[in-house]
Design a protein around this ligand. Structure first.
Ligand SMILES: Cc1ncc(COP(=O)(O)O)c(C=O)c1O
Length: 251
């Protein structure tokens, strides 16, 4: 995404008129004429009929987790690992250093993470849910509450598995599909402060900001909102953690 696109939404958010916002936004957007890459491989997927889908859904007791992947034409359950890899990513599999300790590939990862976040320490995990398990085993205790913006399902699972409770503080605009507000992943400061006032500090290990806010449709969170959440949380002495699964898209 180019710089203008990344900067524009902050400008847009200041106005309260969604339609004008959308118009302004399109004025500033510079989308490429066509995708600047070639796709080298295709994978066949089967198209199903409406009758088939109705039957499969009924047999699955309307629980999408009970479907077979071959029954799903467009899978919107996750975007993790479902995208095509670039030639450089495939090549990196061959040039990667798999040494058990002191690996050069780890060094590359470490440097990249340090450059982006400024953090010195990094604990690699194979998937986001594994990271949640490691982190929450230290931070979340029975009876705790964890406020945030539409916690991802695995996140909520790891919180509730520990007999704690995830409290959704996403702004109401997120649930109105016709609303064009550009930052529907934002945290509602009033809802968040209400949690901070209702529960003792010891019961709130952290506030979780998920960027993008995937469980409400991959919605972005504005920098302005993140700063406000940090400021509010600082006043109550509650740390902020980022689930930055899609931080680049959020930019
Ligand atoms: C916001 C968020 N958190 C956590 C996860 C879990 O990550 P993983 O699927 O790598 O376990 C995802 C996956 O899409 C996610 O979008």
């Amino acid at each position: 995404m180019n710089k203008e696109v990344a900067v524009t939404p902050i400008f847009v958010q200041k106005s309260q008129f969604p339609i004008i916002n959308f118009f302004n936004y399109s004025l500033f957007m510079k989308l490429p004429y066509a995708e600047p890459y070639r796709i080298k491989m295709v994978e066949e997927i089967r198209q199903s009929t409406k009758e088939e889908r109705e039957l499969w859904l009924k047999n699955a007791d309307y629980n999408l987790f009970n479907l077979k992947s071959s029954q799903v034409y467009i899978d919107l359950l996750t975007d993790s690992g479902t995208g095509a890899m670039s030639d450089k990513q495939w090549a990196a599999l061959m040039t990667g250093d798999e040494s058990y300790a002191g690996s050069r590939s780890f060094e590359d990862l470490h440097n990249t993470v340090k450059n982006i976040t400024g953090y010195q320490y990094l604990l690699p995990t194979h998937q986001g849910r594994a990271a949640e398990n490691v982190l929450f085993s230290v931070l979340v205790k029975e009876g705790d509450v964890v406020p945030g913006n539409s916690h991802f399902d695995t996140t909520k699972g790891h919180i509730e598995f520990r007999k704690a409770h995830a409290i959704d503080c996403t702004i109401d605009e997120a649930f109105d599909v016709e609303n064009l507000f550009p930052f529907k992943g934002n945290i509602d400061l009033e809802k968040l402060e209400n949690v901070y006032k209702t529960y003792p500090k010891e019961k709130i290990p952290f506030c979780l900001i998920t960027i993008t806010c995937n469980s409400s449709g991959g919605q972005p969170v504005s920098l302005e909102n993140m700063k406000a959440v940090k400021e509010l949380s600082d006043r109550y002495g509650i740390p902020i953690y980022f689930d930055s699964a899609r931080f680049a898209e959020n930019a």
